[in-house]
Design a protein around this ligand. Structure first.
Ligand code: DSN
Length: 425
């Protein structure tokens, strides 16, 4: 069996080597900081804590409690909110917990359609279906790549949902919560914003401010534009104490037992880092995404929403149908060491053969790339997708470009042993 273990170690080593020579551009991923990564291999990983600090079902949580209290305080400070829960073990788990807290079987929920870029949590086969809620989708303006506000007002007044959900996995522009606020208040529903993709940008003050625009609760994973561990979070300004209590019990005992204490500690570090560096980081992420959109457009690749500057977030949606489609394009990119994913565009019906590719700028930005580097990245993508140059040839240029970008930025680096151990990615 030792050889089996060796095999697994070998594959992980190869993965590290490969990603060290690749351009990571999946919009839902990021690099955790060296210091936060150190928490993931701490003894916290091996322990149990159930409940809340000071009210546990296990002993041995003296320092776990201190970390959880501090991480929760940091989350409240960063997101300027009254309530934070750092226990969800992923974004989807946070979503199921919120559905448990705010809805029950048979209640109605409004959300964006999957084909318009919503997360699988909203699907019948996902969290919304598991909870037994009845789905109604917002009318969507595919030109604007956003909810059609006037039509959505009519939907909300007609459906009178218990929960109105906003948020997407192809999240190019802010959701129109402020524009819908009067209608949402008239309906009296709970307003929930799934901010997984744009959490870091919101915290950095560069995208939209859902809690000030009318949302009661935000859920998120903590490893996309927020560059933390694979974990989840709930932040809120609850309507009342009852909503706060229900949100808490939705997470525990609702959908978690132990809450992955090592990841929670890592999240605490990432929150502290984002308070210090988040505004600059978010600003550069958005600048880079817009620069990349422009550079791709100039090279003959269709990037959605040219009339709006392509994006207001980290993400870009490319229409590569004329170049062979998203499945072929993303495979050719991978063969050349550029890691991205195929993605459905609103007109698509087949998830396995979509017209689109989704790109994110957050990880390249984390490694120090600026607007000027986006032209180089766009040129490499054009050579692969449009010119169909041999992937082995382009790969050499990708590896060469990546050589200068191996240090994680926007975090507490120097002076900690973890920095040396994890500085190469
Ligand atoms: N499905 C992930 C994505 O957007 O890539 C999010 O969970």
């Amino acid at each position: 069996m030792r050889s089996e273990a060796n095999y697994i170690v070998e594959q992980v080593d190869k993965h590290h080597d490969w990603f060290g020579k690749s351009l990571p551009m999946i919009a839902s991923e990021n690099l955790i900081s060296p210091l936060a990564r150190e928490m993931l291999v701490s003894d916290f990983h091996d322990r149990y804590a159930e409940g809340l600090p000071g009210d546990r079902y296990y002993h041995g949580n003296i320092y776990v409690d201190k970390v959880e209290i501090r991480a929760t305080e940091l989350a409240k400070k960063l997101f300027k909110c009254e309530y934070a829960d750092t226990r969800p073990i992923s974004g989807t788990v946070a979503n199921i917990g919120i559905l448990k807290a705010l809805g029950k079987h048979g209640d109605s929920i409004t959300h964006t359609a999957l084909s318009d870029g919503a997360h699988i949590s909203t699907a019948k086969f996902g969290a919304v279906g598991i909870r037994g809620l009845v789905s109604h989708t917002y009318p969507f303006d595919t030109h604007e790549m956003n909810i059609n506000v006037d039509a959505a007002k009519r939907t909300l007044l007609e459906v009178k949902p218990k929960i109105a959900l906003f948020g997407r996995s192809v999240f190019l522009f802010p959701a129109p919560i402020a524009e819908l606020r009067d209608t949402l208040e008239e309906v009296g529903c709970a307003v929930w914003y799934d901010g997984a993709h744009v959490l870091g940008l919101i915290a950095g003050g560069k995208f939209q401010d859902p809690l000030r625009e009318g949302a009661h609760v935000i859920s998120g994973s903590t490893h996309k534009t927020f560059p933390g561990p694979q974990h989840g979070i709930v932040i809120a300004n609850p309507k009342d104490d009852k909503m706060a209590r229900r949100l808490s019990s939705g997470i525990f005992p609702g959908v978690t037992s132990n809450h992955h204490l090592h990841a929670m500690a890592a999240l605490g570090i990432s929150l502290a880092e984002h308070i210090e560096f988040g505004a600059d980081y978010s600003d550069q992420i958005i600048r880079n995404a817009q620069a990349l959109g422009q550079a791709l457009h100039e090279r003959g690749i269709k990037v959605l929403c040219e009339h709006k500057g392509f994006t207001a977030s980290h993400a870009l949606a490319l229409d590569v149908e004329e170049h062979g489609g998203g499945a072929l394009g993303s495979q050719l990119l991978e063969d050349s060491n550029i890691i991205a994913n195929m993605n459905m565009l609103p007109r698509d019906t087949k998830p396995r053969s979509p017209s689109g590719i989704r790109l994110g700028s957050q990880e390249l930005t984390r490694l120090g790339m600026k607007e000027s580097h986006m032209s180089e990245v766009a040129e490499l993508i054009k050579r692969i997708i449009v010119d169909k140059e041999p992937t082995e040839k382009v790969k050499l240029d990708v590896i060469n470009l990546k050589k200068d970008f191996s240090t994680i930025q926007y975090c507490f680096n120097e002076g900690h042993p973890a920095y040396e151990r994890f500085k190469l990615v």
